[in-house]
Design a protein around this ligand. Sequence first.
Ligand code: PSU
Ligand code: MN
Length: 317
Amino acid sequence: MPRARHLSSARNDRVVVSDEVAAALADGRAVVALESTIISHGLPRPENLRIAREIEDAVRTAGAVPATVALVEGRVRIGLDDDALSAVAQRDDVVKVSVRDVAVVAARDGYGATTVASTAHLAALVGIDVFATGGLGGVHRGAQHTFDESADLVTLARTPITVVCAGVKSILDVPATLERLETLGVGLVGFGTTSFPGFYLTDSGQPVEHRVDTAEEVAAVMDARADLATDRGALVVANPLPVDEQLDPALHDRVLAEALAGAEAEGVHGKDTTPYLLARFHHDTEGASLTVNTRIILRNAELAGRIAVAHAQRRAG
Ligand code: PSU
Ligand code: MN
């Protein structure tokens, strides 16, 4: 398998780009990076493996090549075969890996599922410029006491990539997260909206200044960012669910209150917080949030595919 393009030392074999992804990158064709924490820690088994495959299919349907990122036996893999995807979905020893954890798990020959932060970092490293996820990490509620702010934010501040998401997870402090994105200089556009999406909910109640309506418009913004050297950090494309697909807001608010209280009572903290809250949602909504979460990711993967295609076309033409 070919080595990562932007790595030059003998240690390159730590990052293995699949043949399909490497060929697409070499030809300037559209590629979309996908994270794996959502598979290992964000979605329940056994549905997670089926959904992981559907996410890849959604990227393909849009005309792009999916590049799911994970650590397998200590190697960073960009583009997973079915064995690797199954391992990430099914093994019990898959560690949730943010940027700071990647090297540790690599050195130990371990298995790791990459978060938004580490996926963005590794995708950019090999020259992938579009990435799809469900919802970004951000500032947790009560962060003024816990200092719990996802490493997704600071990583996006220094990573040149376009991330399609349904806003930030609604379990977070959304206004505070938006303030941090502004401070960090992370670009933000609303796809077909001037309301920042609320992940499970169509509208978080917060505004977005810049609305775009087509994949081509996003690609044009990406090019302008490169020309103006404002692309050293990320561009977030916030893609809301249609109202008729969102989680019932009353159910959402009730379950969220219970889940937050549960996390507090059980002393859940640090990197376990997000998986705990998402699992509580999937359990307490009797699967309704799983259906919504799946729709979010599939829609984002499809849009990311279209953006990657539009961007590849601009560069070719
Ligand atoms: N989006 C989802 N489900 C998830 C996540 C995002 O729909 O499970 C994951 C992402 O990998 C994100 C992580 O980076 O949750 C954030 O975790 P933390 O708050 O610990 O940084
Ligand atoms: Mn955290």
